[in-house]
Design a protein around this ligand. Structure first.
Ligand code: PEP
Length: 254
C-alpha cells in the first residue's frame, strides 16, 4: 500500500517571519497525524529556518525548484547539493515554471536527473492546459510530459507525480474527483509500460488544483489518488491541517 502525501506549495508567498508563524500554527497538529507524509514547501529563503522549526517532528520539507548544475557560475540559482542538505522533496516542472520561466521538457528532465542523483525526491508536476483539455488532448499531453521528463531515467527513486490540470491551479475550479482519478489511472498505466508493475504499484500520484478542506474528500476517496499538492490552501494553517486530517482518516495505511 502507498502512504498518502499532502504537500503544501507556498509558491512566492510568506516572508521568513510569516513562514515561521504559519509553521508554528500547524506544527503540532501535523505532527500528531502519522499516517500521511506531510510536506511543507516554503520559498528557498525560509528552508533553513523551517528545517529548524520542524526538527524532531514527522513533518517533511520540500523546495519549490532546483537548478540542474552542481555548482559554479550560475548567479541566483540553487543547486541540488545545497537542497539535499536541507530537504527531502523538491517540486519540479510546476506549470508556473513551465509557463513563466519557459521550462521545457528537456530542462525538467535535467532537473529530475540532478535531484535523483543527490537523493532528493522530485514531485514532478504534469497537466494539460484548458484548450488541450477542451479538445480532448489530455492523455496525449500528459503522456508527452512523462516521456520528456523521464527520458533516460531508469530508476525513479522516491519520485512522486502530481497531476495538476493547469486550468484548475489557483482558479478555484478544481477538476472532479472522477476526472482526476481517470487521468491518474492513465498516468499509472503509462508509467507501468516503461517501469513495470512493481515500480508503479509503489508510485505515489497526487492531484493538484484548487484543493481545499471542502473538496479534499472528493479526491482522496478515489482509489488512484494518493494525496494532493496544495497551493493556496497551504497558506492557511487550519485549511492545511484539515486536508491532512481528512486524508489520514480516508487512507489509513500506517
Ligand atoms: C499548486 O500550486 O500546485 C496548486 C495546485 O495551487 P492551488 O492549490 O492554489 O490551485
Amino acid at each position: 500500500m502507498r502512504v498518502a502525501v499532502i504537500a503544501g506549495n507556498c509558491k512566492m508567498n510568506t516572508t521568513v517571519s510569516e513562514a515561521i508563524q504559519l509553521v508554528n500554527e500547524m506544527r503540532q497538529g501535523l505532527d500528531e497525524i502519522d499516517s500521511v507524509d506531510k510536506v511543507i514547501c516554503p520559498p528557498f529563503i525560509s528552508l533553513a529556518t523551517v528545517k529548524e522549526l520542524i526538527k524532531g517532528s514527522s513533518i517533511k520539507l520540500g523546495a519549490q525548484n532546483i537548478y540542474f548544475e552542481e555548482k559554479g557560475a550560475y548567479t541566483g540559482e540553487i543547486s541540488p547539493l545545497m537542497l539535499a542538505d536541507l530537504c527531502e522533496f523538491v517540486i519540479i516542472g510546476h506549470s508556473e515554471r513551465r509557463h513563466y520561466f519557459n521550462e521545457s521538457g528537456e530542462i525538467v528532465n535535467k532537473k529530475i536527473q540532478a535531484a535523483l542523483k543527490v537523493g532528493l525526491k522530485p514531485i514532478l508536476c504534469i497537466g494539460e492546459r484548458l484548450e488541450e483539455n477542451e479538445t480532448g488532448r489530455t492523455e496525449e499531453v500528459v503522456a508527452e510530459q512523462l516521456r520528456s521528463s523521464l527520458a533516460g531515467i531508469d530508476y525513479l527513486g522516491g519520485l512522486v507525480i502530481a497531476y495538476e490540470p493547469v486550468w484548475a491551479i489557483g482558479t478555484g475550479k478544481a477538476a472532479t474527483g472522477e476526472w482526476a482519478n481517470e487521468t491518474i489511472g492513465f498516468i499509472r498505466r503509462n508509467i507501468s509500460q516503461k517501469y513495470g508493475k512493481r515500480v508503479t504499484q509503489d508510485l505515489r500520484i497526487l492531484y493538484g488544483g484548487s484543493v481545499t478542506a471542502d473538496n479534499t474528500a472528493e479526491f482522496i476517496n478515489q482509489p488512484e489518488i494518493d494525496g494532493a499538492l496544495v497551493g493556496g490552501a497551504s497558506l492557511k494553517a487550519s485549511q492545511f491541517l484539515s486536508i491532512v486530517k481528512q486524508t489520514s482518516e480516508i487512507k489509513q495505511v500506517r
